[in-house]
Write a protein that binds this ligand. Structure first.
Ligand code: FES
Ligand code: FE2
Length: 344
């Protein structure tokens, strides 16, 4: 079964193309949804995003080189500007100009919050990407991780209240709590927001209580693919994940891990790049990539769900509605608040 029909993909949205620090002087290839994209910086340092396919003979433009404001193809040297127009063809004789059709698609590209964002939707983007709200308050570690699973599977994983005790030995607070206190019965809570949902625990007494500032654990999901995880009620640790769809069966995890509050001086470096794959992320990746193979083979009909899965099924529903262009207009069709008793 086509995974795209199991886990619909939101097409019209800003997605991360790459961390800012990965784009230096040369071109950089990346994949967003089903688009192969090449990023490059012009002479002023402004980033541009073009289809990574030369309009002459189809060679990847990311194999080429940047010169001034132009990206030159490695095969016959055709040169493109930041809008994707071919502005120079070396083999043309004196006075001849590139034709009108000599161009590649360009994508709106914004550099913000240590990332390069692209818009690949058919219609114009309505506004810049949503800011990463805690960005200015911390210093961060940043990394990228390709994953062999649909973005929705990764999003559900991070909204799954009862998995850490089993999936995250020695890397997750819930595991340590379980080691000390054993399994306890408690309740988590979900609430809808206009951009998605929030999951936290322990649950509040009633709906009039605001979402607590601090919880044992709080996860906010903002469409199309952002998770903001807050751990520890006292010392705040924030993990920000974007699960960028790179195809119906694959995604790219862009992660940010708060190191310390940004009032701490660190020579202007706010984001430190890491090649490492944190253990807690490996633990999830191996499990959900194995699940993806089951979804690819059988669809979702084999699944059985229990009450604890309320949060993940809710996220799946929100994404499906958003993919149909029905979020937040259809928000009222889902329960605003759910209190879910679990043993974890
Ligand atoms: S294929 Fe790119 S210049 Fe010929
Ligand atoms: Fe996990």
């Amino acid at each position: 079964m086509d995974t795209d029909t199991i886990f619909p993909v939101i097409q019209s949205a800003w997605y991360i193309a790459a961390p800012s620090s990965r784009l230096a002087s040369g071109p950089l290839s990346c994949r967003v949804l089903s688009h192969d994209i090449v990023l490059f910086r012009d002479a002023a340092g402004t980033a541009h995003a073009l289809l990574d396919r030369c309009c002459h003979r189809g060679v990847r433009l990311s194999l080429g080189a940047v010169s001034g404001d132009r990206l030159a193809c490695a095969y016959h040297g055709w040169e493109y500007d930041g809008q994707g127009c071919c502005v120079h063809i070396p083999s043309l004789t004196q006075g001849a100009q590139p034709g009108q059709r000599a161009r590649v698609r360009s994508f709106p590209c914004v550099e913000q919050d240590a990332y390069l964002w692209v818009w690949t939707g058919a219609e114009a983007s309505p506004a810049p990407p949503a800011r990463i709200e805690p960005m200015d308050a911390f210093l961060w570690q940043q990394g990228t991780l390709p994953m062999q699973c649909a973005a929705t599977v990764g999003i559900e994983n991070n909204l799954d209240w009862c998995h850490p005790v089993f999936a995250h030995p020695w890397t997750h607070g819930q595991f340590f709590h379980n080691q000390m206190a054993g399994f306890t019965e408690h309740a988590y809570e979900t609430r809808l927001i206009d951009t998605g949902m929030v999951l936290f625990g322990p649950a509040t007494e009633n709906e009039s209580e605001p979402i607590p500032e601090t919880s044992w654990f709080k996860a906010r999901f903002d469409l199309p693919d952002r998770l903001t995880l807050e751990l520890g009620a006292g010392q705040r640790i924030i993990i920000i994940l974007h699960l960028v769809p790179t195809g119906p069966h694959t995604c790219r995890l862009e992660w940010l891990n708060s190191i310390m509050p940004s009032s701490t001086p660190l020579a202007g470096v706010r984001v430190r790049w890491s090649e490492e794959e944190p253990t807690v992320l490996v633990q999830d990746r191996l499990l959900i990539e194995s699940a993806q193979r089951a979804y690819d083979g059988e669809g979702v009909e084999f699944e059985n769900s229990v009450g604890a899965d309320t949060s993940t099924l809710l996220a799946r529903r929100i994404i499906a509605l958003a993919a149909q262009g029905r979020w937040p207009s259809a928000r009222g069709t889902l329960p605003h608040r759910r209190v879910v008793p679990v043993r974890a």
